[in-house]
Design a protein around this ligand. Structure first.
Ligand code: LP5
Ligand code: MN
Length: 259
């Protein structure tokens, strides 16, 4: 159920995986940005907004243009919107940021939330036991690789992205589930490196609140949910955080104009 709160609060979303093939998720987001998010002090998008993003030419797609415009309207109304890259949309660039009014954030970033230092990450770097993925990540996060990739014709980039998506899905079939979750020692290291700040991340699609004990410090870790079945967000205020589910947009069962 959706809770509206009049006390100052900040919202977090991630792992929406929007594409022209999932109009219900896009409609749910547009509705969320026009309603719930308007009451927030700020909105943070912690990666994987899109199923995949292979360059800001993607803005030419009607669904992506609508998403950028509605983020922009929210930002223009006075709610700052921040975006951190995920493993699906690390090529989202300055043109999309400009069109959407979103400010790009580094991964990791620490923010002060009502007096509580809070570490924000997409979450993929915490999955350090997934050695094959980390090798892939090192390749595609290299600026020279990115420059060469973005210089390729769009249709070639689409073909490559689809091929990698296929390979990734195949690889995940045979990976142990624990490998695809965060590595506990890496989480401990992240807490240690950031003075045991509260941690919020996505990526694993395993929404939960975890308590960790690191070097004698009690630490809190919130994991955001994906938007495959319904939208959701994390709401934090001075009293703490809570995960909330969104009603699926009405067009979930009908055709969308955003394809
Ligand atoms: O995203 P998710 O959660 O399903 O899986 C991730 C890891 N997979 C990925 C890959 C993305 O899904 C695909 C991103 C597309 C971005 C488009 C632009 C880049 C185009 C690149 C062109 C070369 O991030 C998955 C993790 C999982 O999270 C859990 O943490 O396990 O990692 C993998 O599955 C990676 C495989 O282990 C290795 C992939 C080998 C790819 C080989 C590339 C060969 C080049 C082919 C060129 C056409
Ligand atoms: Mn991810």
């Amino acid at each position: 159920m959706q809770v509206r709160s009049s006390i100052p609060h900040t919202l977090f979303i991630s792992d929406l995986h929007l594409s022209p093939d999932t109009p219900a998720a896009t409609d749910t987001l547009l509705n969320f940005l026009r309603t719930t998010a308007k009451a927030a002090d700020a909105l943070y998008v912690l990666g994987d907004l899109f199923e995949y993003w292979i360059g800001d030419e993607g803005l030419a797609q009607p669904f992506a243009k609508a998403v950028a415009q509605v983020f922009r309207a929210l930002a223009d109304s006075g709610v700052p919107v921040y975006f951190m890259h995920g493993n699906r949309d690390f090529l989202l660039g300055g043109q999309f940021a400009l069109a959407s009014g979103m400010k790009l954030l580094n991964d990791p970033t620490v923010v002060d939330l009502y007096g509580t230092p809070t570490l924000l990450m997409h979450g993929d770097t915490l999955c350090s036991d997934d050695v094959e993925y980390q090798k892939f990540r090192a390749m595609v996060r290299n600026p020279a690789w990115q420059q060469a990739f973005l210089a390729k014709p769009l249709d070639e980039r689409v073909r490559m992205a689809r091929e990698v998506r296929g390979k990734s899905e195949q690889a995940k079939q045979i990976k142990d589930m624990t490998i695809m979750d965060v590595t506990p020692a890496t989480v401990d290291e992240a807490f240690r490196a950031h003075q045991y700040a509260r941690l919020i991340h996505g990526h694993t699609h395993r929404p939960a609140r975890h308590e960790h004990r690191v070097d004698g410090h009690g630490c809190e870790r919130w994991v955001l949910a994906d938007w495959y079945d319904h939208g959701s967000y994390l709401q934090c205020d001075a009293g703490g955080c809570r995960l909330q589910q969104l009603e699926q947009a009405r067009s979930a069962t009908g055709p969308s104009e955003l394809r």
